[in-house]
Ligand binder design. Structure first.
Ligand code: GLP
Length: 249
């Protein structure tokens, strides 16, 4: 795990865009794993800017998103389909046929999970997967207790996750109780993982991510066993991590 320390959110986003570009360049059909949440918004703004400046093209890029709520329509503002369109896809030269996001309104959730894995197997592995982290250590929507062997599956959202994400809804009651998420094993199969984290609220989670026990009770801890992980974190998020463990960029 390589821990890159930056001063603030904007630097995190710029550095992340540099690393994403490096990993996509030179590949015929790069596969990019995408995340939602407030953390990657700055990275997406950077990618849009660089796409407009013709520094990077997404014409041949294939994307797979980590997760989607169950029961939220793609056109609903709270869906991750909507988020991705708003924050990235509609602004870049992406071929929409190359976009993959789990279908949260499917009638057959189990079949949807299997289909997602098959689609990924067909073009994968993911060249670079972007991740955020939940305060309880979730990655994608893999909540504490999820098996490290899990593939794409249906999850019950933890109350702390519903509460954290209620800021996007009118009330807590409207936050879905279930989601489809890539599994931990699915994520671990990515060639490179880029985890972004910013702010004091995540400081305790970052400490556990970096040198806590590897346990299913804290899903992100498995990343310690992945051969190529970059963590880009700002000073506030790294408050509890000794400087000797980090590289300043
Ligand atoms: C959600 C997403 C995760 C994301 C996490 C943190 O629950 N499913 O993929 O990493 O929230 O979100 P934020 O970046 O807004 O803190």
């Amino acid at each position: 795990m390589e821990i890159l320390k930056v001063e603030n959110y904007d630097q995190m986003s710029e550095k992340a865009a540099d690393i994403v570009m490096e990993h996509l360049q030179g590949l015929d059909k790069p596969v990019l794993g995408l995340a939602t949440g407030s953390t990657p918004e700055g990275l997406y703004r950077q990618l849009i800017k660089r796409n407009r400046a013709k520094e990077i093209s997404f014409q041949n890029v294939i994307t797979f998103n980590l997760d989607e709520y169950i029961g939220v329509k793609p056109e609903d503002k709270q869906s991750y389909h909507y988020y991705m369109n708003q924050h990235l896809f509609q602004h870049i030269d992406m071929d929409k046929r190359n976009v993959h996001i789990p279908n949260g309104t499917t009638r057959n959730e189990e079949e949807e999970c299997k289909l997602y894995e098959r689609q990924l197997m067909h073009v994968g592995p993911i060249d670079i997967q972007i991740l955020g982290i939940g305060v309880n250590g979730h990655i994608g929507f893999n909540e504490p207790g999820t098996s490290f062997q899990s593939k794409t599956h249906v999850v019950e959202l933890a109350e702390s996750t519903r509460l954290a994400n209620s800021r996007y809804f009118n009330s807590l009651d409207e936050v879905p109780t279930k989601a489809i998420t890539m599994g931990i094993d699915t994520i671990m199969n990515s060639k490179t993982i880029l985890l972004l984290v910013s702010g004091e609220k995540k400081a305790a989670a970052v400490k556990k991510l970096i040198d806590g026990e590897i346990t299913e009770a804290f899903p992100a801890s498995i990343l310690q066993q992945h051969p190529k992980v970059y963590v880009i974190a700002d000073e506030a998020a790294l408050r509890e991590v000794p400087n000797r463990n980090v590289v300043h960029v």
